[in-house]
Design a protein around this ligand. Structure first.
Ligand code: ZN
Ligand code: ZN
Length: 435
């Protein structure tokens, strides 16, 4: 068995696919069992169509589920770089994959690979939804939703018929009193109905989001980039930053064709006139640069365990204010340096810098290096603002235009104001000035 196939099969060993397959099995058994009493196939043409439809929906759901899981989203090859050398300056570098991030690709920390046209990581298929499996993921949702609705109607109708059994016999309708309710099948019906209600609502929401993504040819992540692009321009109108045109929205017909008929190679995509392959990545680089300008450097003064609820190592108050996100939590040791990009009163989000010791020994400490940690574990180091280049985090940065450089100056002014604000409130952060 090839390693690739082993990796694909390994994706099944996860709570997402196991739960989904188990629930599908229980619900399908319940639906078929109740249907055989309520509307047994063979009694009429309609009953055969109804029965066939159950199997078509089940097969369609399972086939597209397995396909979107096995095919996967499409990963950018490791150590990838653009064919033209000078184009590297328009792209971000992924240190995990040791290669450049192709346009529209993003690194997924759960898959630990750069994913082509990444939309989101789906725990139910235990992989990302991206360029190669978006079509089968949408088909899966469609079959799943319609199958759930049909299953729900069958179970409710059968249970009602079962409850009416005595009444039907009393009124001479014995031929309709076919559903016999037992403790086991009633429990299975209640359980299945609960599952159906929850999963139908979830699949309708997911399908709606996916259709929006397909019609606009804009993934969830790209949608966020476009919002940030608009924010940058609205926040600083005096800087007159050139308007950003999202390059991949070619009209709904062409967008649908791209997903279902011609997904391309996942590296280059058709773009609007006036745009090029790097229109989006240039904007991303500018946004990254802005983010770096907002980065603040902290030093660890107290160990952080990396636990989600550090009730024993930290104060109760810290545990009661955990960030409501599934971002990782990082463990810290005294003197670790962290580049912080998000600040909450009790928690900070940042990236731990790899220590010289780790570099020399070539062995990195276990656990994530980017994530949340309690704010009382670190103090801020105030350095001169011209150290911006030191905060690059090891990723090559593209060429910057003058508008963006001016923008950074404004950000630094805001940063100073923020720092003053934080210093007024001694509980939030302590400051340590280093020369
Ligand atoms: Zn990567
Ligand atoms: Zn992923």
């Amino acid at each position: 068995m090839s390693n690739e196939l082993k990796d694909d099969l390994r994706r099944f060993i996860h709570w997402g696919p196991i739960t989904l397959l188990t629930l599908t099995l229980i619900v399908t058994w319940t639906v078929i069992h109740m249907n055989s009493m309520w509307w047994a196939p063979g009694t009429s043409l309609e009953s055969v169509v109804n029965y066939a439809l159950i199997w078509v929906q089940t097969f369609g759901t399972l086939y597209n589920f397995i396909r979107s899981l096995m095919v996967g989203p499409g990963f950018v090859p490791l150590k990838w770089h653009p064919p033209v050398r000078k184009d590297k300056k328009f792209l971000q570098f992924c240190t995990r994959c040791n290669g450049y991030k192709a346009p529209r690709s993003h690194h997924c920390r759960r898959c630990d690979r750069c994913v082509m046209k990444m939309d989101h990581h789906c725990p139910w298929i235990n992989t990302c939804v991206g360029r190669s499996n978006q079509d089968s993921f949408v088909y899966f949702l469609l079959f799943f939703m319609s199958g759930s609705i049909q299953g729900g109607i069958i179970i409710v109708s059968a249970v009602i018929r079962g409850i009416q059994k005595r009444w039907l016999i009393r009124h001479g309708l014995r031929h309709m009193a076919t559903v016999h309710l037992t403790q086991t099948n009633l429990m299975a019906c209640v359980f299945s109905l609960g599952v159906i209600m929850g999963t139908t609502l979830a699949s309708i929401k997911l399908l709606y989001m996916q259709l929006k993504v397909i019609l606009k040819n804009q993934t969830e992540i790209e949608n966020w980039i476009v919002k940030k692009a608009a924010f940058r321009r609205n926040a600083y109108p005096q800087k007159r930053i050139k308007a950003f045109v999202y390059p991949y929205n070619l009209g709904w017909k062409a967008n649908i064709r791209e997903v279902f008929l011609s997904p391309g190679d996942g590296i280059s995509f058709p773009v609007l006139p006036g745009c090029d392959q790097y229109s989006l990545t240039r904007e991303q680089l500018q946004q990254k640069k802005d983010k770096r300008a907002r980065t603040r450097v902290f030093r660890c003064i107290r160990p952080a365990t990396g636990h989600w609820v550090p009730i024993f190592s930290q104060r109760l108050w810290v545990s009661l204010h955990i960030p409501c996100t599934d971002d990782p939590r990082i463990a810290l040791k005294p003197d670790d340096i962290i580049h912080v990009t998000r600040i909450q009163e009790y928690w900070l989000y940042g990236e731990r810098m790899i220590t010289e010791k780790e570099k020399v020994k070539m062995s990195r400490r276990k656990g994530a290096i980017r994530g949340w940690f309690p704010s009382c574990c670190a103090v801020e180091i105030c350095e001169d603002s011209d150290s911006e280049n030191d905060l690059a985090g090891g990723e090559p940065v593209g060429e910057q235009d003058s508008a963006a450089v001016e923008h950074v100056d404004t950000d630094l002014e805001i940063l100073e104001l923020l720092r003053d604000f934080c210093c007024e409130d001694g509980r939030k952060t302590k400051r340590l000035r280093v020369k």
